[in-house]
Design a protein around this ligand. Sequence first.
Ligand SMILES: Cc1cc2nc3c(=O)[nH]c(=O)nc-3n(C[C@H](O)[C@H](O)[C@H](O)COP(=O)(O)OP(=O)(O)OC[C@H]3O[C@@H](n4cnc5c(N)ncnc54)[C@H](O)[C@@H]3O)c2cc1C
Length: 444
Amino acid sequence: MSRLRVAIIGAGGAGLCAARHFLSRPGLFAPPVVYEQTKYVGGTWVYEEKVGTYDDGMPIHSSMYRDLRTNIPKEVMSFPDFPFEKHLPSFVHHTEVRKYLERYCDHFKMRNHIKFKTTVDAVKPVKVENGWRGLAWDVTSSDGIDPSISVQRRFDAVLVCNGHFFDPYIPTIPGLQKFTGALIHSHDYRSAEAFAGKSVVLLGAGLSGSDIAMELSKVNAKVVLSHGQKPLKGPLPPGVRQSPPVSKVLDDGTLEFQDGEHARPDVFMLCTGYNFTFPFLDKQVGVKVKEHLVYPLYKFLMPPAFPSLFVVGICRAICPFPHFHIQSQFIMSVLDGSFTLPSQEEMEKDIELDEAARRARGIAPRHILKLDSEQWAYNDELARIGGFQPLPPYWSNLYESNKVFRSQDMQNYKTYNYRVVGEKEWMVLGPQGQPLPKPLLKQG
Ligand SMILES: Cc1cc2nc3c(=O)[nH]c(=O)nc-3n(C[C@H](O)[C@H](O)[C@H](O)COP(=O)(O)OP(=O)(O)OC[C@H]3O[C@@H](n4cnc5c(N)ncnc54)[C@H](O)[C@@H]3O)c2cc1C
């Protein structure tokens, strides 16, 4: 059989990782074609000071803010086969992650395979006689040089790596349109100065919400972190307090919280996350999005009826780059046959059982993709059934320990530095360079 032709949509971390792996197997795979709608590699790590749209009218993709430093230490944030530079601290500024992805792209010689300024507009399955499981894909894109021209190419497999932090999710809050202050989503937050001395209600205390609260406290903003999770444990900086979620906006623009308290802040910032969107996917593929769940996807990757389409990196609360590294290799093991794909019915059953098991553990559908600590078992399973190297054993322990430090010391955990010792061990140094005791992690 001739070499398999693979299309990759997006040149962010996920698309680059997939391209790196496909390029490493030239005997079986033709060089992949990577479609990237912007001029750059790096996806969300390509910081854009502007908000709204680029000069050409396309919506701004990146949700980075000016002073963002990573929330995962570089020792486990990197692709396992490509470390960050040694001289960098554990928690790097976002510009370093962009540089890192540029280096990754050049090191594995991917650039020539990326079609920049080329947006994928349609992905359609076609039945073919010869081809991977009798299936091929027609990918229609705007031409990189003249966007008014559409170009169609046929592939054996398509990897969707278009990211999921660019289309703001706006929750339904009765009366929201009556709010008279400034209403923004964290997608459009860039830096703290504009909020100096202001009163701000941040809705959502996920990574962005709590990180932005830390930034705003430094410019003496009065911040209410409004959320429905358990109260944050770590001491909060002066000027930041927690409250239950905002339940509605009254006629005069006052915010009402679930506990009946009220506030009239200068700014109401929604740190409420993002929608999944795959506007180019043909309807017959049957991939649907409901309540933050993308389904039906076998192993959170492929629709059972069209298993040569792969939606990469949609899981949340994960360590993204290593996750892409594992998923990319698993996809290759599916396509090269080293993993024998179950029948469509078996895959459907597997999805059903997996979902039922998660629901039985009290996980609501909207949290099913939030793997959190379950990501390690997921990664290990893919490596085992795909027949490739799992992540090094210290990876999960270091990552999970950082989560504990983050919750205990929200204000300072990014000043810690990690050291990996040998193959299996690691240590962590506190803000003054002093070794810190490792946290006790919950088992299982
Ligand atoms: C504020 C913020 C902070 C974060 N902090 C961290 C952190 O500290 N550590 C960490 O590991 N992760 C962090 N993340 C997660 C981050 O999203 C992932 O690390 C990773 O970069 C996601 O990569 P991706 O390739 O899936 O998506 P993206 O980086 O979004 O890349 C998708 C690419 O697809 C392109 N594209 C989309 N649609 C099309 C189309 N139709 N045609 C052609 N091209 C298309 C886009 O232009 C983009 O380049 C953070 C995310 C955000 C938003």
